[in-house]
Design a protein around this ligand. Sequence first.
Ligand code: AP5
Length: 214
Amino acid sequence: MNIVLMGPPGAGKGTQADLIKANYPIPHISTGDMFREAVKNETELGLKAKSFMDEGKLVPDEVTIGIVKERLAQPDCAEGFMLDGFPRTTLQAEALDQVLSDLNKKIESVINIFVPREVLLQRILGRVTCNYCKTVYNLRFLKDQQTCAKCGGELGFRSDDRGEIAKTRLEVYLEQTLPLLQYYQERHVLNSIDGNREADEVFADIKELLEKIK
Ligand code: AP5
């Protein structure tokens, strides 16, 4: 099962990826998570990515394509994978097609989660993540706003979830990523899902799609 999760910042890609992982044994490949880990560990990749992320801009295509290419060649992707946050530009989508064709694979479904802009901003500004197990929460639904309910780890804000940066990320999405919907529509793999509902309702629709291709 080779799938891509698409949608603007705050649409719920990471939240749905966790639900998909719990039901289907495929690796979750999030370029955002890979970059954040690299920034935290101050690796060469992290140093390259940090300034772009801090401004809410995309990390250059050649850097991003390189890490995804390497990751997709790993043995755990042999039976399928879930890309989250990649591709985000037409160049990335074309490079992905080439990488997959070299591996004799193709994308089976692109799941596009759509949510109104005002809801996206509200979600992004309220997001907290466990610094340890990476579970994502929203302050609006938390009684204890400091501790992870799953592992007891400390909760923290993402540095790019502040007002102006969040707005830039939404603009970058509209300019550079939204055109990809047509790219995948033309390839007959696009499935759009209303993400402005409870997470388990959104997941029920995603599950229905995945059952058809698993
Ligand atoms: P990335 O980490 O990919 O961030 P993003 O696309 O901006 O997406 P988010 O993580 O903000 O949102 P999400 O859709 O996963 O929502 P979530 O589930 O967390 O990218 C970060 C940066 O890395 C980029 O800006 C760029 O610099 C760089 N980068 C990454 N990939 C790149 C690429 N391919 N090319 C170049 N650069 C790249 O949910 C958000 C909040 O909403 C949470 O609080 C959650 O609890 C809540 N929520 C979720 N679902 C629901 C629901 N159904 N109802 C109510 N609340 C909900």
